[in-house]
Design a protein around this ligand. Structure first.
Ligand SMILES: NC(=O)c1ccc[n+]([C@@H]2O[C@H](COP(=O)([O-])OP(=O)(O)OC[C@H]3O[C@@H](n4cnc5c(N)ncnc54)[C@H](O)[C@@H]3O)[C@@H](O)[C@H]2O)c1
Length: 283
């Protein structure tokens, strides 16, 4: 990729960390920005731990590990992203948080920089029109855990130029991923098909059709899925899952997308899955 050399990543959650690892391993310089310095440093520690495990297993040599880590810079200062060729925003799934961030990025990032979002469902066009460069805004949607998952959905809002989409597709490919281009519809391909299934699994549990463990066992054994729906909801995060379902329902008004009450109650209780060590399972 001649055009993209430095990539900014905003957000230090599950996806921000995974993205930093993938993008730095692909040879790009990475600047990770979190609201706090501790958050940004935690991403670097997380990547250090993850790469260290690969070294211990003999899957990565120490020199390469050191080179990847040397390409990552941590900051709490948005202004550090000024010279990025591409910025990928990966903060909380809330358009009211993401939109002002795009307004700020418009002021900060060099004029020809591409601004991308890792949103799972939100309308990318709403972020595009928050800037003066709507033609250079798109979705680059990685999956969780980013280092392991092979797919990237490149989202084309109606405002994006062909060149932006071409660069985003080439970037995803340079990260070693399989890229698919998708129109800017809530849930894109994967989550639009996946979340009715996850939501209906919780509904099935509410109805007492089977236990949590038996539903998970049934879907693993019966469909050859690597994990059942409750294990997957805990991995995604129940707050993120709820936000995804809310966005899908807001767009399509399909009852299969209306989040079932249990999910909302669990989020209200702070049982968010692996990240809070308690969701449908305890960790
Ligand atoms: N979890 C998944 O499986 C998954 C998969 C693909 C894409 N995504 C998307 O990636 C994005 C991040 O999700 P995640 O799972 O990493 O979430 P997370 O909860 O792990 O992390 C969210 C991040 O947003 C930051 N944040 C929260 N409120 C903020 C605010 N007001 N201003 C700025 N930053 C704020 C947090 O500090 C944290 O760094 C979301 O858009 C989500 O839809 C998530």
């Amino acid at each position: 990729m001649a055009d993209i050399t430095t990539v900014g990543i905003i957000g230090s959650g599950i996806m921000g960390s995974g993205l930093a690892e993938v993008v730095a391993r692909a040879g790009f310089d990475v600047i990770v920005r979190s609201r706090s310095r501790a958050g940004a440093d935690a991403v670097v520690s997380g990547v250090t731990g993850s790469l260290g495990r690969l070294v211990a297993k003999g899957k990565l040599d120490q020199d390469e590990c050191d080179a990847v880590l040397a390409r990552i810079t941590a900051t709490d200062h948005l202004g550090r992203l000024a010279e990025c060729d591409l910025v990928i925003e990966s903060v909380v799934e809330d358009v009211a948080v993401k939109r002002p961030l795009f307004e700020e990025l418009e002021q900060i990032v060099k004029d020809d920089g591409i601004l991308a979002t890792n949103t799972s469902t939100l309308p990318v066009v709403e972020l595009a029109v928050a800037t003066q460069r709507a033609d250079k805004v798109c979705g680059i949607h990685f999956f969780n855990p980013a280092p392991m998952m092979q797919l990237v959905e490149v989202i084309r809002p109606i405002t994006a130029s062909d060149d932006t989409i071409k660069q985003a597709m080439a970037f995803a490919t340079a990260c070693g991923k399989d890229a698919v281009e998708v129109a800017d519809r809530a849930g894109f391909v994967v989550n639009a098909l996946l979340f009715p299934y996850l939501n209906n699994a919780v509904r099935m549990l509410e109805h007492g059709t089977a236990s949590r463990d038996d539903i998970d066992t049934a879907m693993q054994g019966g469909c050859n899925f690597p994990m059942g729906p409750f294990a997957l909801l805990d991995l995604v995060g129940l707050d993120t899952s709820l936000a995804i379902l809310d966005a899908l329902y807001a767009e399509f008004r399909d009852p299969n997308y209306a989040p079932v009450p249990t999910l909302r109650r669990m989020v209200a209780a702070g049982h968010l899955g692996r990240k809070t060590k308690r969701g449908f399972y305890e960790y």
